[in-house]
Design a protein around this ligand. Structure first.
Ligand SMILES: CC(C)(COP(=O)(O)OP(=O)(O)OC[C@H]1O[C@@H](n2cnc3c(N)ncnc32)[C@H](O)[C@@H]1OP(=O)(O)O)[C@@H](O)C(=O)NCCC(=O)NCCS
Length: 200
């Protein structure tokens, strides 16, 4: 039976492993296990963000991470953890400088071609282990996240997702009530949708 619960810091390693399996060829995965573990730990600890996990008996099958305030969230996260982010940044500078540039350029998750002043919460990540996909786990995670954000008095939840070769995920979001707000290009040349749902 699947149960959904809030993640605590001890779940960051399992969340990282699910992320690496669900997002195999994605940019964030290329930054490595240490980076992801630290990133999700920050999300779990931050007062403006929340992470849920889906458990099948004792095994974590999926997770969802969101923040109630999207504007300036990444910058705030870095400021609060400046020492650790600096160390990770230095390591990337040596091992993968292009990734560091890409990370910096995508910090605000929008592009110059779109002017939108809309305010919303943001789903940063949702992933289900490949063997657990298509069984309703993603739906339960996202519904629980929406319910939590409603309790935080959030009006709208938004997310970004790839434009190309992504029918399954786009179908999932549409089935969950999300519609396209705009199309944009993330750095370097990644065409993406921003989708949004009114929660109340
Ligand atoms: C996207 C993802 C989180 C969805 O989770 P999931 O557990 O596989 O999805 P669910 O089984 O809960 O599906 C929920 C609903 O979405 C819809 N859906 C799912 N797959 C779909 C598809 N291929 N086409 C159309 N609709 C689809 C269905 O309506 C389904 O509800 P139903 O089963 O009652 O009909 C998961 O597949 C995943 O981790 N993918 C890889 C990582 C990823 O791309 N994450 C999103 C990044 S933006």
């Amino acid at each position: 039976m699947i149960t959904i619960q809030k993640a605590d810091v001890g779940d960051a390693v399992s969340i990282t492993h699910i992320h690496l399996k669900a997002f195999k060829n994605f940019f964030l995965s290329s930054l490595g296990e240490d980076f992801l573990k630290f990133y999700y730990t920050c999300f779990i600890k931050n007062k403006d963000s929340v992470v849920f996990i889906a458990k099948d008996n004792d095994k974590i099958m999926g997770f969802a991470a969101a923040t109630a305030i999207c504007k300036g969230f990444n910058i705030a996260l870095i400021k609060q953890n400046i020492f650790s982010f600096s160390l990770l940044g230095l390591r990337l500078l040596v091992t993968n400088p292009k990734a560091l540039v890409r990370l910096a350029r995508n910090m605000t998750k929008k592009s110059d071609e779109v002017q939108s002043e809309e305010d919303y919460a943001e789903l940063y990540s949702i992933g289900v282990a490949p063997e657990g996909q298509g069984k309703g786990v993603g739906k339960e995670l996202l519904s629980r996240m929406e319910q939590e954000l409603l309790e935080w008095n959030v009006d709208k939840l938004s997310l970004t997702t790839d434009y190309y070769d992504n029918d399954k995920t786009i179908g999932f979001y549409k089935a969950m009530g999300y519609s396209v707000l705009y199309v944009f290009t993330a750095y370097p040349k990644r065409k993406m949708y921003r989708m949004i749902k009114k929660l109340k």
